[in-house]
Write a protein that binds this ligand. Structure first.
Ligand code: R5P
Length: 294
């Protein structure tokens, strides 16, 4: 197997190759040249030799800058396909996932458009925690979604030492399944808030009496973007005098001052997985992806 990485997922690709090697499987990191022409257009050349029918993988998150990373991904996929590989596309963070349907008349369902672009040069797709599950059905080729919520649960199990006096909370109903998955690992209960989005970066969370007194509370969401959703949830939970409030997400999109906004709201700890590398990505999805690819 040969693994190529786009600019957004270089370190993760290396970690995945290391995972394969650690379990005795052959995995080579593919060499490619990715550069920009003076006018900004993308140039991709596959440098490693690919044998006909060889399993080649491209790993690339569609994170900021989304359009550039998407084009890189498409070009890399095309390169390995034209070299005769059996091509798997691994998208740790599937950007454009929040436009999963037309909310207003005439809107383009971006996630469907992206899925259709990708499937034109892939045999298989693997991704992690899509914003909405039905995005999988936009692919006409085999597509699988992995769930990283239990990795977050395991991470906090080590930090908290015990699931006693612990509670996992999701800031909206959409992420309750993640909270339940993490809570399973922590052997504790899960609860959720109801949230209304007023505008991008502006949310209203319904006040709800959740008993958090002297508890270690973990708030979990799929995406942290502007940080407003989490900041609201932290502020409400802090009123109940918890022992600590930690925050975790799968995909740390982290626009603007999201990190400082969440700490300013009173969070004690903020972590994410490494589907999008950042200063808070402390939990690696490398093992999960390697397993998903085996
Ligand atoms: C929304 O449904 C998602 O699950 C996240 O809650 C949302 O994307 C977070 O956005 P922000 O950090 O901008 O509030």
């Amino acid at each position: 197997m040969i693994i190529f990485a786009g600019s957004a997922s270089q370190e993760l690709a290396k970690k995945i190759a290391d995972e394969f090697r650690a379990s005795g499987e052959k995995a080579e990191l593919g060499k490619s040249l990715i550069k920009r022409f003076p006018d900004g257009e993308c140039y991709v050349r596959i440098l490693s030799k690919i044998k006909k029918g060889e399993h080649a993988i491209v790993i690339q998150s569609i994170s900021k800058p989304q359009d550039e990373n998407l084009i890189e991904l498409l070009f890399l996929m095309r390169g390995i396909r034209e070299a005769g590989a059996k091509a798997t596309c691994v998208i740790p963070y599937f950007g454009y996932g929040r436009q999963d349907r037309a909310f207003e008349e005439g809107e383009v369902v971006s996630s469907k458009a992206v899925a259709e672009m990708i499937e034109s040069s892939a045999d298989k797709v693997l991704t992690i925690n899509l914003h909405k599950k039905h995005i999988l059905s936009f692919f006409k080729i085999p597509a699988k979604e992995l769930n990283a919520a239990s990795l977050i649960g395991e991470h906090f199990k080590e930090l908290f030492k015990t699931g006693k006096n612990t509670l996992v909370v999701s800031p909206d109903e959409g992420s309750l399944s993640l909270a339940k998955e993490a809570a399973k690992k922590l052997n504790c209960e899960a609860n959720y808030f109801k949230k209304r989005r007023i505008a991008p970066g502006e949310v209203k969370t319904e006040q709800k009496n959740i008993n958090v007194k002297n508890k270690n509370v973990l708030i979990i969401d799929d995406i942290i973007d502007s940080g407003s959703t989490i900041a609201e949830a932290v502020k409400i939970l802090k009123q109940g005098k918890p022992r600590s409030v930690s925050v975790a997400c799968i995909h740390g999109v982290l626009t603007g001052n999201a990190i400082s906004k969440i700490y300013a709201a009173g969070a004690d700890l903020l972590v994410s997985t490494d589907t999008i590398p950042s200063q808070i990505s402390r939990i690696s999805v490398a093992k999960l992806i390697a397993k998903g690819l085996s």
